[in-house]
Structures are given as structure tokens and as C-alpha cells.
Design a protein around this ligand. Structure first.
Ligand SMILES: C[S@@+](CC[C@H](N)C(=O)[O-])C[C@H]1O[C@@H](n2cnc3c(N)ncnc32)[C@H](O)[C@@H]1O
Length: 229
């Protein structure tokens, strides 16, 4: 078999394993789940049998999904009573200004008793740390946030807001991202950054990063479940 194909196959098997490990201990079947930030998490929650409601602040991200959608900044969520069973932040909190992380979790505690946080936990792979640093600066150049934090940061805020931690784990990637997959990701990222007006400096830095043919694994992923009674 062609070596590139075989490497990609292993990578895509790892994608499935990582997805399964993230969701395997979480029971969302028939639960009303507010998914803050539309995307892969929304599809997965539907597949797992949740009754999903999306909250999304970027109307351009809304795709054809057969679920109710509330278009607003979660920090201005209009309801303050228990209307759901679970609030999911799947790769979303790092896009919110860190000064408002506690507010976001406090709002979540008012609308559902359970919260699930899934966030990148970047450490251990120098190439990923460089990639994450470029992303952070690119987003800063347009006044946005891309701030990855360690697992205990999220635990501390959850506890401060009044949640009890009922489970926490780290899911690791085992396989490097194949070079053709990384090239595609960088190409799509650069197209998106150009539309958003990201500074040329960071587009150029990302291109130079790719030219070094980095051996890169995705970051570890922190999965934390909190309960607020
Ligand atoms: C990295 S994406 C992840 C999306 C999705 N959970 C997934 O699994 O693909 C983060 C999403 O959160 C949305 N988002 C960021 N901050 C938000 C906020 N304050 N309120 C609502 N949505 C927000 C972004 O527009 C984006 O669609």
C-alpha cells in the first residue's frame, strides 16, 4: 500500500478513537443539551441521541442542521432558568475573553445542572505549541481570543462558580498529523484568516511553519464534567 495512504488511514483511525474517548463516559441520550458553538460537537450530540439546541454568535457558521439555533453571544444568553439538562462547551471557551470564563460558567449553571468542558491542553509537542502560539497571535491581531489553558485552570473556575467536578480526564493523540492533512488544514486556515483580516505577518509565519515540515500531533484534550446542584 502507498505509504502516505497508510499513514493517513492510521491518523483517521486515531481521529475516531479520540472522538470515542472524549464522549464514551458521557450520557446525553434524550437530554436537552445546549451546545455553545456549532460544529462537530453538534453532529456528535445528535448522533448520541441528545435533544440539541445550538447557541452560536457567528451567523456565518450556521449550517443545515435540523436543530433549534439561538444566535447570540452566550455571555448575553437571554434565559436565566433551568431550561436544559447539560451545557456543552466543546472547543469554545478558549475563544471567549478569559476575563469572562467565570461569567460563562455561571450563566451555564443557571440554565442547566451539568456542564461539559472539552478544551485543548497544549503541552509536550513542541510543533503544536508553536502552531498554537501562531494561532493565538493571529487571533489577537483581529481582537479575538485563542487562549488554551491547562485542565486545572478549568477545574479551579468551575469550583469557584460552585460546580462539583464529577469527572476529569485527558485524551491523548497517538499519531502525528500526516503532512498532506496538515497542508490542507493550513491552506483552509489561511483562506479563513484572509477573510477575517488577520495580519499578513501571521499568515506568513504560518506558511513558514509549514515549510519546516513539522512533525506535529494535536494537543492533548481536557474533558471535565461539572455538576451544580
Ligand atoms: C472552535 S469552534 C468549535 C465549534 C464546535 N463546538 C465544534 O465542535 O466544531 C468555536 C465556536 O464557538 C463559537 N463561539 C465563540 N464564542 C462564542 C460566544 N461567546 N457565544 C456563542 N458562540 C461562540 C464560534 O463562533 C465557533 O463557532
Amino acid at each position: 500500500m502507498n505509504r502516505t495512504l497508510s499513514v493517513s488511514k492510521t491518523y483517521f483511525e486515531d481521529v475516531k478513537r479520540v472522538q470515542n474517548e472524549i464522549w464514551q463516559d458521557i450520557d446525553v441520550r434524550d437530554k436537552i443539551v445546549i451546545d455553545v458553538g456549532v460544529g462537530e460537537s453538534t453532529k456528535k450530540l445528535i448522533e448520541l441521541g441528545a435533544r440539541v439546541v445550538v447557541v452560536e454568535n457567528d451567523p456565518q457558521r450556521i449550517k443545515e442542521l435540523n436543530v433549534p439555533i439561538i444566535i447570540c453571544d452566550f455571555l448575553n444568553f437571554p434565559f436565566q432558568t433551568r431550561i436544559a439538562d447539560i451545557v456543552v462547551f466543546y472547543f469554545t471557551l478558549h475563544e471567549i475573553n478569559p476575563n469572562f470564563h467565570a461569567s460563562a460558567l455561571s450563566i451555564a449553571s443557571k440554565i442547566a445542572p451539568q456542564v461539559i468542558i472539552v478544551e485543548p491542553f497544549p503541552h509536550g509537542c513542541p510543533a503544536y505549541e508553536e502552531f498554537a502560539w501562531i494561532w493565538k497571535n493571529a487571533m489577537q491581531s483581529i481582537g479575538r481570543f485563542e487562549e488554551y489553558k491547562p485542565l486545572n485552570y478549568w477545574e479551579t473556575i468551575l469550583k469557584k462558580v460552585g460546580f462539583k467536578i464529577i469527572s476529569r480526564k485527558i485524551v491523548n493523540w497517538k499519531v502525528n498529523i500526516p503532512s498532506d492533512v496538515l497542508e490542507d488544514i493550513v491552506r483552509v486556515t489561511i483562506e479563513d484568516w484572509k477573510k477575517k483580516g488577520v495580519s499578513e505577518i501571521w499568515i506568513d509565519t504560518l506558511q513558514k511553519f509549514l515549510e519546516k515540515k513539522p512533525k506535529m500531533k494535536w494537543s492533548d484534550i481536557a474533558v471535565i464534567v461539572g455538576l451544580f446542584l
